[in-house]
Design a protein around this ligand. Structure first.
Ligand code: PLP
Length: 381
């Protein structure tokens, strides 16, 4: 591909910080760079405690353990999400209950959540699609009234806010991803934001294989031992060194992405007014991070045609999630609440365009021109 769908961005400082971690001879987790990243995340999000993990999947698994979900318990989430959102809870024996999404933001439709709550419901897992916040005030209010936990899947959401509050810092817990396809990266990586101070001590233990090793290192206990269930969820300090280089430039990375996003948005306004595409919707209470630029086509045939047209011009454009309720494992382990018409419809019509920091203006223009040509020649349905 002349213009790939994604190209991971490096600030230039990654290798130097990795060399420093190498020189420190601290390669395991919770070294100097992990500590820097923890402080940065706590400052950036206002979360009580940030804990680096080796993936967002790991952070979601930790959250499922911390939420104490038991076999047969139910967890409400959208079907239009990545498998890890559901898998983390299925691993605990819980049942994902899939709720439809909103037509505008493609986030979970908060007006449908309450009807999906049963005796067995323990948690709600909103996913902030494309880094645009869910309707968190309503979701938090429902959770409070029904005594449920809220775990934000903020894998797309670093540097985004909802009513001024950073995504991932609003629910009891939030999960971030630093996978190389996300905005701030280290290859494979993630973080658990523990916003509820009551969960913080257990979170450290679960992350350290069920031991109180962190307390031992702080001199709070005399020896460290096995005290709870857990696993090895830490990020190596080598990865944290890479991540630190990215965190230092998180503001400029976000600004550059937003710039490209805004160019696309302006370029496709005309196609939208002619009803040839629909552009993303960002509600006024949300500041987003330009994680993604997508278009909604009139139907699946039009989407297939557009992807093919772009591919012929060496431009990488891709669709996104296969809704979990329609997947083999989703059907085996989960349950759909209602028909999920919007989920099915949107999943069939969405296409994502290249959006990465070093995408050049000439490439942007070429992509815009190719989309416009394809849509203007298309049979309008
Ligand atoms: C990327 C992603 C994840 C998983 O992140 P990893 O760090 O790759 O484990 C989870 N949820 C959503 C919504 C994602 O996009």
């Amino acid at each position: 591909m002349t213009i790939p769908f994604n190209k991971p961005y490096m600030t230039g400082n990654e290798a130097g910080f990795i060399a420093q971690a190498h020189a420190n001879r601290h390669l395991a987790g919770d070294g100097e760079f992990t500590k820097k990243c923890h402080s940065w995340l706590e400052e950036q999000t206002g979360s009580h405690k940030a804990l680096l993990t080796h993936s967002c999947t790991a952070a979601l698994e930790m959250a499922a353990i911390l939420a104490n979900v038991q076999p047969g318990d139910e967890v409400i989430m959208p079907s239009y999400t990545f498998v890890s959102t559901a898998n983390a809870f299925v691993l605990r024996g819980a049942v994902p209950v899939f709720v439809d999404i909103r037509r505008d933001t493609l986030n979970i439709d908060e007006s449908l959540i309450e009807a999906a709550i049963t005796e067995r419901t323990r948690a709600i897992v909103p996913v902030h699609y494309a880094g645009v916040g869910c309707e968190m005030d309503t979701i938090m209010d429902i959770a409070r009234r029904h005594d449920l936990l809220v775990i934000e899947d903020a894998a797309h959401g670093i540097m985004s806010t909802y009513k001024g509050r950073p995504l991932g810092s609003i629910g009891n817990m939030g999960c971030l991803s630093f996978h190389e396809t996300k905005n701030i990266i280290c290859g494979e990586g993630g973080a658990l934001l523990v916003n509820d101070p009551q969960l913080a001590q257990r979170a450290e233990i679960i992350r350290e294989k069920g031991t109180n090793r962190n307390q031992f290192f702080r001199g709070e206990v005399e020896k460290y031992t096995w005290v709870d269930i857990g696993s090895s969820y830490l990020m190596s300090d080598l990865s944290a060194a890479f991540l630190w280089a990215q965190m230092e430039e998180a503001k400029s990375i976000t600004a550059k992405r937003l710039n490209i996003w805004q160019h696309y948005h302006a370029a496709f306004a005309d196609l939208e007014s002619r009803q040839l595409v629909r552009r993303p919707v960002v509600l006024p209470e949300c500041r987003h991070n330009a994680h993604m630029y997508y278009l909604l086509l009139p139907n699946i045939a039009a989407r297939t045609q557009l992807i093919r047209h772009l591919k012929q011009r060496d431009i990488g454009a891709v669709f996104h999630y296969v809704p979990l309720h329609s997947s083999p494992a989703g059907q085996r382990y989960g349950r759909a609440h209602g028909e999920l018409h919007v989920t099915t419809d949107m999943a069939n019509r969405l296409v994502r365009l290249p959006l990465w920091v070093e995408l050049e203006a000439t490439q942007e223009v070429a992509i815009e021109a190719a989309v416009k040509l394809s849509r203007s020649n298309a049979y309008k349905s």
